[in-house]
Design a protein around this ligand. Structure first.
Ligand code: ATP
Ligand code: MG
Length: 283
């Protein structure tokens, strides 16, 4: 049995449940429960505030966790960052009043900066030899300059809309974040085995998202040309059709090259092209 800590509510909750479900670990997302067992896997989910997840994984109360890389970096916990999960993308940036001229990081010397991420900010200031005062605020950091609590802010940005509506402009992108899978560093052998299985499933899922299954009818005389356009994982499947001089060709292509391949295949007479999403690719 393995315990996975995820956010109870907030931006990462739904995506975390969705990610587990995409690798066939089905969790009942009943927020009144503190712990929830997977119906079909030796795993249970522990619901927590995201701030608590790195520490709970470090201490081993949960063996795994899904949390923003920003929280892991801020808390400085000694956990293994197993893999990035491709959701919850954001950055932590320095922003200043939009009327101020900005010529470089020296701007922040002697300034007061409001943030909920003092550790990440202090590291950046040290690396750049900047002497600024950090004002720790846990919510609504963006109002600090207007409220004259600080001269600048260091906060999470995704679209930048919140900054603009508070009369601020982003001047330094300091930390790029996304949701990550973290693990305790002293997993027992059996827990390690479950983690390996989870990773294998995540990898299969990631590969399948970037691929499409394509099938079409093609004049037999152009089969060789089609095979050159469509190199498959091992080799494409070719099946004879009842109609004389035609065959059916099945293959897997990268989603980003799909339309280019379709164009080339149509040019050599491919018909009835079907493109299907792939659920899993097991290599
Ligand atoms: P909790 O109640 O669990 O402490 P929270 O209010 O601290 O929640 P959320 O706002 O739900 O946290 O954000 C969780 C994580 O989502 C952030 O730590 C960050 O990694 C990620 N994230 C992605 N985009 C954004 C965004 N625009 N604003 C804030 N967080 C974002
Ligand atoms: Mg939080």
């Amino acid at each position: 049995m393995i315990r996975i800590a995820i956010q109870t509510k907030g931006r990462l909750n739904e995506e975390s449940i969705k990610m587990l479900s995409s690798i066939d670990i089905d969790i009942d997302n009943n927020k009144r429960k503190f712990l929830s067992k997977a119906a079909n896997y030796p795993a249970e989910v522990l619901y927590l505030r995201d701030d608590d997840i790195p520490h709970v994984v470090e201490s081993g109360t949960a063996q795994l966790g899904i949390v923003g890389l920003n929280e892991v970096a801020e808390k400085g916990c000694n956990v293994e960052i197993v893999c990035k999960l491709g959701f919850g993308g954001c950055r932590i940036s320095l922003a200043i009043p939009k009327g101020d001229e900005y010529t470089g990081v020296e701007y922040f010397n002697g300034k007061r900066i409001a943030t909920s991420y003092p550790a990440i900010l202090q590291k950046f200031l040290n690396e750049n030899n900047i002497d600024a005062r950090i004002e720790v605020i846990t919510g609504s950091v963006e109002i600090a300059p207007a409220a004259e609590i600080a001269d600048a802010i260091f906060d999470i940005v995704s679209s930048g809309g919140t900054l603009v509506s508070n009369g601020l402009k982003e001047v330094e992108r300091v930390f790029e974040s996304e949701a990550v899978l973290i693990a305790n560093k002293d997993l027992a052998a059996q827990e390690k085995e479950i983690l390996d299985e989870i990773l294998f499933r995540i990898e299969s899922e990631k590969i399948s998202q970037r691929k499409k299954y394509i099938l079409m009818n093609i004049p037999s005389e152009n089969l060789q040309k089609a095979l050159q356009i469509l190199p498959a994982m091992r080799s494409p499947t070719v099946l004879p059709l009842a109609a004389e001089g035609w065959c059916s060709l099945h293959s897997v292509v990268g989603a980003d090259e799909l339309w280019d391949k379709v164009k080339q295949l149509k040019a050599i007479g491919a018909e009835g092209i079907l493109v299907l999403s792939l659920d899993k690719i097991i290599l």
